[in-house]
Design a protein around this ligand. Sequence first.
Ligand code: F3S
Length: 386
Amino acid sequence: MHLTKDEELLLQGERGDTLRRAMEILVALGDIYGAEQLIEIKSAQIAGVSYKTIGDAGLEWISDLDGKVAVPSILNPAGMDLLRWREMSIDEDFARKQLEIINAYRRLGVTIECTCTPYLLYESIASRGDHLAWSESSAVSYANSVIGAMTNREGGPSALAAALVGKTPLYGYHLVENRLPTHVIKVDADLKEYGALGFLVGKIVGDGVPLFVMRSRPDRDDLKALGAAMAASGSVALYYVKDVTQEPPEHDEDACEFVEIEEEEIRSVYDSTIDVDIVALGCPHCSMQELERIADLLEGRKVSSELWICTARRIAESAPELVRRIESTGARVICDTCMVVSPASERFKHMMVNSGKALAYIPGMCGISASFGSLEECIDAATGGS
Ligand code: F3S
């Protein structure tokens, strides 16, 4: 990989050990993927925040770094609500380690917002055509597909390295030629929710780039759910929806694999018959509009099983009345974390979700079973249909 004089100096440690180590990660990645150079990034979104996923080794690695990030950088969800962790039955030892991780990122100048939906908080964090180094798979999918920015799915260390240097290797989804559709997915159904569709399509296309042709018109929250599910059941990092998202680059549609999905297949993902002891919403983190919808559906009801609604702290704090309405029913609005990366989920037996991504990850990451329902079915399950 070609390096500029400045980049060579960083790699030689002329500007300190942290930047040397960061450059080593970027150069190693660039060499593996055949990048010709580094490219400047607009922002970074850094995974590897929950103590549950990175443990002591991760904490030690981050604590050892010294310096400041070179671009706006934001964190992925942590393992607990950073303020109300006791209400989640998180133990003291976990909380102490989690707060140490957060403080280590703070020292590096990373913005302490722990969310997979940074684009809902800061419009300027990514715009069409920007190169990014984001790591959470649903955020990557949203950035590439809905915003029209360009990012690979970074690991935690490579996103942090890119944040410190302000650059990432130029390969993969940073190159237009890798952004062509591989599959055309015709959806013959009137869709209200998109998580179940994404769950199915991710399994079919793997790491491909689907181009959807559908009669429903998904809004931004629907696209967030669709991309998240495909990134989890497959490893889709970019997709298109005809007449809704940006157009794909010029391509030969005949070279794409053609897949047709019918309503019945999508319905088969749903299962609201199982007894649940927790219902969790907000994967990816809820937008304000989703919180409003949940508050309306809960109006006049009381929850009978645990009901978590995960969102970014900045969104919850900007809508205290909405949070009050939701929590007056016995539900909890949980910030900074989620049902997948928090160990708090592990004490339950069966979780119901309205997210294709949570459906794919909960059994493996939390060791409990999961079922999928529409938002209305989830609210019914949590309130005993009251
Ligand atoms: Fe976000 Fe956690 Fe789901 S990070 S996409 S809420 S698994």
